[in-house]
Design a protein around this ligand. Structure first.
Ligand SMILES: NC(=O)c1ccc[n+]([C@@H]2O[C@H](COP(=O)([O-])OP(=O)(O)OC[C@H]3O[C@@H](n4cnc5c(N)ncnc54)[C@H](O)[C@@H]3O)[C@@H](O)[C@H]2O)c1
Length: 336
């Protein structure tokens, strides 16, 4: 399938991997990014992977005029919208900044899409919207109970887009609720930036393995799980990237019901200890971990029901935890 796609936040972790997957699938793909949380050399690295120059528009989605200009003359068929701020503690400290980018920026993008007759969007949402789900696996119909400002901005974004769709039946919308993206591209050229203050488990483990951090904290070892540590559904970022291609392809179908809201996960959970053990094995480095009290708002277990993504998009994650840890470590070493 072909088409022209604008990828906001395309220089970031998930966006850059999705760029590669979209280009490989035949889409003409243009990145829009402010580089607020991306390295300047990502476009050049992407060019090495794809073998062609990376088209980039440097713009901030908070700047309505710049977003309009980016779409002028672009003849885009769709927007894949990654650009957002994503730190949970960051969002609690700066709700104005988070709503400004994650909600205000989204409104700017959709306003510009409407002005340019672009009627298809894939939106990065998060399993964080479910909060502490009580029943496993988490289905798309599980109650949403966001536990922090970041997760609420994602849910507000979803609500806003659903309202746009109700008002404009031609607006085709793919909402993707990611579980825990991990890993890096097989080339070792792109991955999750180890230089940023890490909040997620694997980047923290990676920093300990690389000797850039002394130890990691395990929040609770008294959860009702086989080894007492919390269970999460980790998904390889290259699998996740493929999910975006499938979502976009569905939105570009001529069928009437193209919109979808799906979980993207593996449907399998791993404990924190399993992830640490796996990373120790692939890196050959000892990883020092200390037990800390449980954090408020954390759940014991969370993993996705993947049935709807498989049924609607034909999506199934294929890469396992060892491949996630090994590719992350390869990227860390290449960056060092
Ligand atoms: N990584 C995760 O664990 C995770 C989980 C669920 C959902 N998500 C969502 O997926 C999307 C991508 O996440 P990621 O992990 O790749 O994050 P990331 O920070 O690596 O990528 C976000 C990109 O958006 C850009 N950006 C930020 N503010 C911008 C602005 N005002 N204007 C233009 N560009 C801006 C950044 O420079 C960066 O390149 C986000 O919407 C995030 O909320 C991430």
């Amino acid at each position: 399938m072909t088409g022209r796609v604008l990828l906001t936040g395309g220089a970031g972790f998930i966006g850059s991997h999705s760029y590669v997957a979209l280009v490989e699938a035949g889409f003409e793909t243009i990145i829009l990014d402010s580089f607020a949380n991306a390295h300047r050399d990502v476009p050049e690295r992407l060019a090495r992977i794809t073998g062609r120059p990376t088209p980039v528009i440097e713009a901030d989605i908070r700047d309505s005029i710049a977003v309009q200009k980016a779409m002028d003359g672009g003849r885009f068929d769709a927007v894949v919208h990654f650009a957002a701020l994503k730190s949970v503690p960051g969002s609690e400290a700066d709700p104005v900044g988070y709503y400004d980018v994650n909600v205000g920026g989204l409104v700017n993008v959709v306003r510009a899409m409407q002005a340019h007759g672009i009627s298809r969007m894939v939106f990065s949402s998060s399993a964080a919207v479910y909060g502490e789900a009580e029943v496993m696996p988490v289905t798309e119909d599980s109650p949403v109970r966001p536990q922090n400002v970041y997760a609420r901005t994602k849910l507000v974004g979803e609500d806003f887009l659903a309202a746009v769709r109700r008002a404009n039946p031609d607006f085709a919308l793919g909402i993707l609720r990611y579980f825990n993206p991990v890993g890096a591209h097989g080339s070792g050229l792109i991955g999750e930036d180890p230089g940023q203050p890490a909040g997620n488990l694997v980047p923290v483990i990676a920093q300990v393995a690389a000797g850039r951090r002394e130890k990691l904290m395990i929040f609770g070892d008294d959860w009702p799980t086989p080894d007492g540590t919390a269970i999460r559904d980790y998904i390889h970022v290259e699998d996740l990237a493929r999910g975006h291609v499938l979502s976009l392809e569905r939105l570009l179908q001529p069928e009437s019901e193209r919109s979808h809201l799906v979980n993207l996960g593996t449907g399998r959970g791993h404990t924190v200890r399993e992830v640490i053990d796996c990373y120790e094995k692939v890196s050959g480095q000892p990883i020092r971990a200390e037990i800390a009290p449980r954090r408020a708002g954390d759940a014991a277990i969370s993993y996705a029901d993947t049935g709807r993504a498989e049924q609607l998009l034909g999506f199934r994650a294929t890469r396992d935890l060892a491949s996630m840890c090994a590719s992350n470590w390869a990227f860390m070493r290449a960056k060092a």
